[in-house]
Write a protein that binds this ligand. Structure first.
Ligand SMILES: *Cc1c(COP(=O)(O)O)cnc(C)c1O
Length: 394
């Protein structure tokens, strides 16, 4: 393979909006991925969490192959065999709502905002979101994102949003007025540095929204579909949201997003109010159904819980030995390790040593391992992280 040619093509023909490492990934299996030179990497951040079951899970591959030979796409003015089945799987594993399917996290957020506004029948339109949140890059989703750096240079933002500090119930109470239709938040902020919502805060939020007739919308794009050790992160908190958004791991690596809405909210979305041409197509639904089955039949919720605990314990050991760790946060297989030194050089050093991880918010090393990850793989990965940290200390 001519790697130089690949770099040249990107340089000349692809919008340069991503910071790319000089690595061309060509194949993967589970938590291992190989580049065009044949070098293998341990991937503890597979596809930003989209590869929830790691790379090319055999059940997902088989489901896609089978469906590809049968029917790839049909329009939503017909029924298809799989969309209803996927909706049932999601509904019965969460809060009994109805599903709408789209293609990405941002698209799910856009839809959820529309659903909330439609439900409140134009009387209320304002949405309260959190500082340091991340909800995607389309205009309303990026407006909902409470980080200035994502608002630069794009002109007027979408009207009707305001931001409050995370984990501050008084700030939410103050922000809600009689034009507010929804509070939108992640219960573990991913991009924002792996910040976990307090249990008391989430309970109070539910009560506050109920009292004010405001919808509680949980963005489960990163936390959903098993990553935290429950199907959806809100289940750890014992509350029921009114709407959730999902994407990333939903399709086992295939692009699919979704909204689950309380039935009475869902039933307000009559024909003409919302749509997504590719949404809920047979290929994406087949992949997603296979992913849910894999989690169940291979006991991966349990694995996410136990491997998540092990991961935090191992990071704790690194913290003690190096003195470079400020805090370890997360739940299940969504873990951030905040350093007291810059994290980007550490993540770079890990890449050189054959480990793929992320650094967010300057100092937070972030991992989103596949739900199939093994203890040996975590050991191997964290030994590399520790070696990379030792190097930084010189
Ligand atoms: C990644 C992410 C999104 C955006 O998803 P896209 O598929 O990139 O549009 C939205 N919300 C959260 C919490 C995310 O982590």
């Amino acid at each position: 393979m001519d790697i130089t040619r690949i770099f040249e093509q990107f340089d000349k023909y692809v919008v340069p909006n991503y910071t790319r490492k000089d690595v061309v990934l060509v194949e993967g299996k589970g938590s291992r991925v190989r580049d065009a030179t044949g070098r293998e990497y341990l991937d503890l951040f597979p596809g930003w969490g989209c590869n929830g079951l790691g790379h090319c899970h055999p059940r997902v591959v088989e489901a896609i192959r089978r469906q590809a030979g049968r029917l790839i796409h049909v329009a939503n003015d017909y029924y298809n065999e799989l969309q209803g089945e996927l909706a049932e799987i999601i509904s019965t594993r969460s809060f009994g709502g109805k599903c709408f399917f789209c293609n990405s996290g941002a698209e799910a957020i856009e839809g959820a905002i529309k659903f909330a506004r439609i439900f409140t029948a134009d009387e209320r339109h304002r949405v309260v979101t959190m500082k340091e949140s991340f909800h995607g890059r389309t205009l309303a989703a990026v407006t909902a994102t409470g980080q200035d750096k994502y608002h630069q240079g794009i002109g007027p933002l979408s009207p009707g949003f305001c931001y409050v500090p995370f984990n501050d119930i008084d700030a939410v109470a103050e922000a809600i007025d009689d034009e507010t239709c929804a509070v939108l938040l992640e219960l573990i902020q991913g991009e924002g540095g792996v910040n976990v919502a307090d249990e008391e805060y989430v309970r109070q939020l539910r009560e506050l929204c109920d009292g004010q007739n405001v919808l509680l919308v949980i963005d489960e794009v990163q936390t959903g579909c098993g990553r935290t050790g429950e199907w959806f992160v809100h289940q750890h908190y014992g509350i029921e949201p009114d709407l959730i958004t999902m994407a990333k791991a939903l399709g086992g690596g295939v692009a699919i997003g979704g909204i689950e809405a309380r039935p009475d909210i869902a039933d307000r979305i009559v024909p003409g109010l919302h749509a997504s041409t590719f949404g809920g197509n047979p290929i994406a639904c087949a992949a997603a159904i296979a992913a849910f089955r894999a989690v169940e039949e291979e006991n991966l919720l349990e694995n996410a819980r136990s491997m998540g605990e092990y991961l935090v314990e191992r990071f704790g050991g690194i913290a003690e030995r190096t003195g470079l760790v400020k805090e370890i946060r997360g739940r299940g297989l969504m873990v951030g390790c905040e350093l007291n030194i810059p994290g980007a050089p550490v993540a770079r050093a890990c890449l050189e040593k054959g480990l793929l991880i992320d650094c967010t918010h300057d100092t937070v090393l972030r991992v989103l391992p596949a739900m199939t990850v093994t203890q040996d793989e975590l050991d191997e990965g964290l030994e590399i992280v520790e070696a990379a940290l030792d190097e930084q200390q010189g």
